[in-house]
Each structure stands twice: as structure tokens, then as C-alpha cells.
Design a binder for this molecule. Sequence first.
Ligand code: BJW
Length: 248
Amino acid sequence: MGSIGIDGDTRVFVLTGAGVSAESGIPTFRGSDGLWENHPVERVASLGGFVDDPARVWRFYSERRAAARAVLPNEGHRALARLEASLGERFLLATQNIDGLHGVAGNRRVVEMHGSLWKTRCSRCDRPAFDDDAVYGDGSLPACGRCDARGEFALLRPHIVWFGEALAPKDLEAIENFFDEARGHRFVFVAAGTSGAVFPAAQLVERARFRGAETWLVNLEAPDNVSSFQHVLLGKSGELLPSLFASA
Ligand code: BJW
């Protein structure tokens, strides 16, 4: 397998998904043994599911917080941290993962497109999301202190982008700005560990191609949008990403 030759003109955008954290021991979503096998998606990852049964949703995310606490970045995460250290502003990482492992590995130029497992916000007021690693036990539902002070009751919710919810405009803008700036330079787009099944993340590869990007895929198996990629490397990201960027 070759590596992506990177020179002083190269801009690299990386999109990651659950597969990149799989070798750290975090389950992916789809497929056998995936998270969605045991949890009806619409009940735990939609606003409707939260309204119907907030305790179920908090149990789901609390279990994931408890499991993710003990987990460490793998070689794939570390390769991306080294790449950022080498490229600086010529690099941007957008992750669909909420586990925070890219940050633990050392990446700072990260857009967490689907939110963060380690943040909580009010389900009603515009209080900004705050750091929170609490595990909410059976039946204990966290309420918003700011709403309470106004004599209103509102539940806190995980700071996650659920199905049917819009991604943060500032996150989409950061990606679009990077794409626009990369146009006219050598622009490399890499997707790793993602099934290409969820939008808008799945269409980023086409948006990058439109700006002239060279497109690479690193994934265990061919995903839904495989035909959008010029270079396809099938295998584990923890093994492939370090050699892919060996020349950076
Ligand atoms: C390895 C590996 C190893 C394993 N190495 N590889 C256009 C068409 C159709 C539908 C839509 C559309 N646009 C929008 C929609 C609706 C919807 C959607 O996409 N639906 C699809 C299911 C069809 N999208 C949305 O609702 C989004 N919102 C939106 O578009 O809003 C519009 C709007 C505008 C204005 C107002 C209101 C609304 C939001 C999507 C949010 C997704 N959220 C989730 C859950 C929350 C996060 C969490 O709880 O963790 O995010 S869903 C879930 O899927 C999670 C993931 O981030 C996301 C992507 O999954 P990912 O990462 O690809 O994981 P897997 O498991 O699917 O794949 C792993 C891959 O890795 C596999 O291929 C393995 O082979 C591979 N692998 N080991 C390398 N070691």
C-alpha cells in the first residue's frame, strides 16, 4: 500500500466515523454487534424518543459515557494527531464520533459534527452546552438549573445531534470554509471508518470532489458511497492510517 505524498501545497481534510474508534473498543452502530442492534434507533437517537422516554435515552448515553471513560485512542487516532501537528492550518478533521478520542490523541482542529458525549445542554433554553461526564442512574433525570431559577421545569439532554436535528451551522461553515480555501491547492479528502449512510456527512466527499479534491477511503468494508472515492483501501484504520500518512 502506498502513502499519500504530502507537499507544502497540500491541504488534507479527514472525515471519521465509528470504525476509527472500533479498535479502541467502542462499538460501531450498524451491522452485527453494532449499537443499533440492541437499541431501536428512533427511541434513543431522536428528539421524539427523548420526549417519550427521557430515562431510556439518558440510560443509553450514560452507559456509553461509563464505557468510553476507560477507553484510549488507537494508532489510527494517533496518526491523525501527528498529521495535524505536521500540517497545522492545512489540516481539518471532521468527526461523526462523539467519544472525544481525537482530542485525547492530540487533535485540536476537530469539528465534532454530531456533538459530544461529554457535553450536556438544556432541552428548552439557550444555555450553552457545558462539560458533563455524569452517569445518570436509574430514574434520576437531570433538570436545568437556569430554567428552575425562573420557576420553569426543563430536562437537560445530551449534546448530541439526533436524527432529524440540524447540525450546528458553525460546524458546517468551518467545513465549507476549509473546502473553499483548499480549492486551487492540492486538496486531499480522506474518509475513514464510516458507512456513508448518514447525511450530511455522507455527501461531503461529493462536495469536496466538486472543489477538485483527490478522494481516499479507508474502511473495513465497502460502504454505501464507495463509488465516490478514487482510492479505496479496505482494512482497519488503526493499521492503514499510519502508513497512509507516513510521508507527512
Ligand atoms: C472500520 C473498522 C476499523 C469498522 N477500521 N473501518 C439525505 C437523504 C436521506 C436522508 C437524509 C438526507 N439528509 C438528511 C437525512 C436524514 C438523516 C439521515 O442521514 N438519515 C439516513 C439514515 C438516511 N440525517 C439527519 O437527520 C441529520 N440531520 C439533518 O440532516 O438535519 C437536516 C435539518 C436541517 C434543518 C432543520 C432540521 C433538520 C442528523 C444525523 C445525526 C446522526 N446521529 C447519529 C447518532 C448520534 C450520535 C451518537 O449517539 O453517537 O450519529 S446516527 C449514527 O450514525 C451516529 C454516527 O455518527 C452516524 C454515522 O455512523 P458511522 O460513523 O458511519 O458508523 P457505522 O456503524 O454506520 O459505520 C462504521 C463503518 O466502519 C462500517 O462501514 C465498518 O465497516 C467500518 N469499520 N471497524 C476501519 N477497525
